[in-house]
Design a protein around this ligand. Sequence first.
Ligand code: AMP
Length: 115
Amino acid sequence: MADCIFCKIVQKEIPSQLVYEDEQCVAFKDLEPQAPVHVLVIPKKHVESLLALTDADRDLVAHILVDVVPQLAKKLGVAEKGFRVVANTGEEGGQSVKHLHFHLLGGRSMQWPPG
Ligand code: AMP
């Protein structure tokens, strides 16, 4: 999508610190990390949020959550102690970029409830 900053990262039109890439998704370091490990895992395809997913996206979401996130958590060294995956959705959910993304946060103890 033309004005989407994450689509531009996927297309390599703007730089990012990529930590993973395959045919369906990419992962890159968050610009403003909120934890020692903070990466964003996003589908290459533009999907606005969890709410915009359709039946056709089941394999894509499963790929991200079943294959990629656990593998990245291990690669980034947070699997053993634990980590958090967050998909902020909509205004009150705190979503600032309207391209579906899963925050993978780790490397410190997380608090609950979130702010
Ligand atoms: P959210 O607020 O859940 O929509 O998360 C958007 C995240 O994208 C924030 O944590 C931002 O720091 C991050 N972000 C925005 N622009 C970039 C960028 N160009 N490269 C990496 N992370 C970004």
